[in-house]
Design a protein around this ligand. Structure first.
Ligand SMILES: Cc1cc2nc3c(=O)[nH]c(=O)nc-3n(C[C@H](O)[C@H](O)[C@H](O)COP(=O)(O)OP(=O)(O)OC[C@H]3O[C@@H](n4cnc5c(N)ncnc54)[C@H](O)[C@@H]3O)c2cc1C
Length: 503
């Protein structure tokens, strides 16, 4: 039988993996994962990403072996790796999921397609998530996404037949991080990859942790446990989106059944899971933007905002923001938490970008790359869309400027999160945590924190920078040229449940 190659990328699982099932149906089948230095050593990549991939690969390899399949591991550039493998194995087809990642992967896929064409090899790319390739009209997107999510997740093939040549070929090794020139933060408490961990994470969220999701998600104190924490598993495809959607729907049905039969139910459960369902659809909604316009990795969604911040980039502000040394405890705690754990909740991500974009008036591009390396769940489609939204350059979203002072009183009034990540403030009383620089000298001595020495003075004045930024961004948004460009952005990318009325 003709050999089928399954190319695993950001879909490191065996369940609900349509390319794997279809390849196994089509013939003898072997798996491939390629460590691509051009992606791994790129500016938006971090060692933690590779570690997560390695953890996932270790499990994937064992799982595939159970079905009789081998996972080959190779290092190199595509399509050269394929070329060598084709000489060794002579495969007829390559099966993979469609990928919507960064520009490097986009160009790589184009090269692979061209190579496959010249070699007369079938390259079959099948949808993953609700992202629709070559989407003609945004009005139809949510219908297509919902139809896809309705289909039942599929089991792995019961048995996979290995092509004879693949039985003896060198399988390749899991590559240590040190093999690559990859940036590395000093992490301590990072999530561990793999399909098994992903399933456990989903289960614990749906059965226990998710009960107060709606109220827990906003604070970094409660969000750590109360959010699903599925994002890295989704980003690396340890779980399919469809599996999560189906398991959530099943849990909702179970809870409704319990309610009907009079079993006591936490009143927050159903609303929490409904909010969670919305976010799952946002995932695909945001990734669709990147699929439709890959240029948003580099350029403003709305080109009328070009030139607004570019010439005012203050490197010392940027450095202070990167290292959690801004003198604003919530900003600094979030940044330092990210350094250690690779995760922070949505609201705090938004606040970090808002602070960089408005208080520090930094163009979004460098902060975006820095955060990409920090976020274990880095997903360009969501990342660049959200960064641009939070820095106010889409023209179609409400401008939100977060007060880093108010976020302390709203989200961490007892300083649990701040004291954990900013130990200089460990003995500072709650009432001073939002603005420690307002302590007098006696208080600073008493609470063991000298402002300007142990902990920085605020690098900018909140009130003054907030007002200046608000006035500038609103004035720009109102310009006729901006409004005209915003209408076009909305037509292409705006979120809508029903078709838009066209003039
Ligand atoms: C500036 C900024 C950058 C971001 N960059 C990323 C990124 O690189 N990768 C990433 O996965 N998320 C990103 N997000 C969205 C969101 O913050 C994370 O998805 C979420 O915090 C991950 O934690 P969780 O899995 O516990 O989320 P939950 O709240 O449990 O949500 C479940 C899933 O829904 C999706 N989701 C949740 N919120 C959003 C949202 N606002 N937009 C799109 N999808 C969402 C994610 O897939 C998430 O895993 C970003 C948000 C902001 C403001």
């Amino acid at each position: 039988m003709a050999t089928q190659l399954v190319w695993f990328k950001r879909d490191l699982r065996v369940h609900d993996h349509i390319p794997l099932v279809q390849a196994a149906n089509a013939g003898d089948c072997v798996g491939l994962y390629v460590y691509e230095p051009e992606l791994i050593e790129a500016h938006d990549h971090d060692a933690a990403h590779l570690t997560f991939v390695n953890e996932s690969l270790l499990e994937l390899r064992t799982q595939l072996e159970k079905f009789g399949c081998r996972l080959l591991l190779r290092v190199g550039t595509m399509p050269e790796v394929l070329d060598q493998l084709h000489a060794d194995l002579g495969f007829e087809s390559i099966w993979a999921h469609e990928e919507t990642f960064n520009d490097i992967s986009y160009q790589r896929d184009r090269r692979v397609r061209a190579w496959a064409k010249t070699k007369q090899i079938r390259f079959i790319e099948l949808p993953q998530y609700g992202v629709v390739r070559r989407l003609k009209d945004r009005d139809r997107w949510s219908t297509i996404r919902n139809q896809r999510m309705k289909q039942t997740p599929i089991d792995p093939p019961p048995q996979i037949h290995l092509p004879p040549a693949a039985k003896t070929i060198d399988a390749g090794e899991i590559m240590p991080v040190a093999r690559f020139k990859v940036h590395s933060f000093d992490r301590r408490e990072v999530q561990v990859g793999g399909e098994g961990n992903a399933v456990d994470c989903l289960q614990s969220f749906l059965v226990t942790r998710g009960v107060n999701y709606r109220s827990d998600m906003s604070s970094p104190v409660t969000g750590e446990q109360g959010c699903s924490r599925l994002s890295p598993f989704i980003a690396y495809g340890n779980l399919s989106m469809r599996t999560i959607v189906h398991r959530t729907a099943a849990r909702i049905a179970e809870l409704k059944e319990q309610k009907k039969s009079g079993i006591a139910l936490e009143p927050t459960w159903l609303k929490s899971l409904s909010s969670f369902q919305s976010r799952l659809s946002w995932h695909c909604h945001f990734m669709q933007k990147m699929e439709d316009e890959p240029g948003i990795e580099f350029e403003n969604f709305n080109r009328a905002y070009d030139g607004l911040r570019e010439d005012e980039f203050n490197r010392s502000y940027f450095d202070a923001w990167c290292h959690g040394q801004t003198g604003y405890p919530m900003v600094d705690a979030c940044m330092r938490a990210l350094h250690q754990t690779g995760w922070i909740n949505f609201r705090m991500r938004a606040m970090l970008v808002s602070f960089a974009s408005y208080h520090l008036w930094l163009h979004w591009r460098e902060p975006a790359i820095y955060l990409a390396r920090l976020f274990l769940d880095y997903e360009p489609g969501i990342h660049y869309s959200q960064i641009q939204m939070q820095s106010g350059v889409t023209g179609i979203n409400t401008v939100r400027i977060y007060s880093p002072i108010k976020q302390v009183t709203d989200q961490d009034p007892q300083g649990i999160f701040i004291r954990r990540f900013v130990p200089e403030l460990a003995d500072v009383p709650d009432k001073h945590l939002a603005q420690p620089h307002k302590m007098n000298l006696m208080e600073q001595t008493l609470f063991g924190c000298q402002i300007g020495k142990d902990y920085p003075l605020p690098i900018v004045d909140h009130q003054q920078r907030y007002k200046a930024a608000r006035d500038r961004i609103h004035a720009h948004k109102k310009l006729p040229s901006t409004r005209e460009a915003s209408a076009k952005v909305y037509l292409k990318h705006g979120s809508r449940k029903t078709p838009m009325k066209r003039r």
